[in-house]
Design a protein around this ligand. Structure first.
Ligand code: ZN
Length: 149
């Protein structure tokens, strides 16, 4: 099982680069609670949020009145954009870049077969059967088998 991890590199003017690593969400803003704390004019307390979901990484502008600058467009309040590794953006004076995105393993697929509970049968039975087609045992108490093999 691989855990999700996103690495963002960011810096303020004249400051050294810093790394922020997170698994699900990363808050950016002037609030001391922010994962990435950006002081300065034009920065909201809660300005932007990076969210890692099963479909990818999303950057959302959660401020009421300030913008987030992407390389090729501007995110107004309430706007969101998909992000990929090496994408860069600015929040007030801070420059941020997505260094890497590692998604968790895909969730295991839904079971397609059950295993018959009769000890001398133990065959795989499709999940849409209510009894075993080989021995007739009720499948109500069958063990779940994920996929084949
Ligand atoms: Zn059976």
């Amino acid at each position: 099982m691989i855990a999700a991890e996103v690495v963002v590199v960011w810096s303020l003017p004249g400051g050294s680069s810093r790394r922020c690593t997170f698994a699900a969400t990363c808050t950016i803003g002037r609030s001391p609670d922010s994962r990435i704390l950006v002081p300065g004019a034009g920065v909201s307390r809660d300005h932007a949020v990076l969210e890692l979901t099963p479909t990818g990484l999303t950057l959302r502008n959660v401020s009421a009145s300030n913008v987030v600058l992407l390389t090729d467009r501007t995110l107004g309040p309430g706007d969101a954009a998909p992000m990929k590794p090496s994408d860069r953006f600015r929040v007030g004076p801070a420059t941020l870049a997505v260094e890497s995105i590692r998604r968790a393993d895909a969730p295991t697929s839904a079971p397609t077969h059950l295993v018959c509970v009769k000890p001398d049968c133990r065959r795989e039975v499709p999940t849409d059967r209510t009894d075993c087609p080989w021995c007739g045992t009720s499948m109500a108490f069958a063990q779940t088998s994920v996929g084949r093999g």
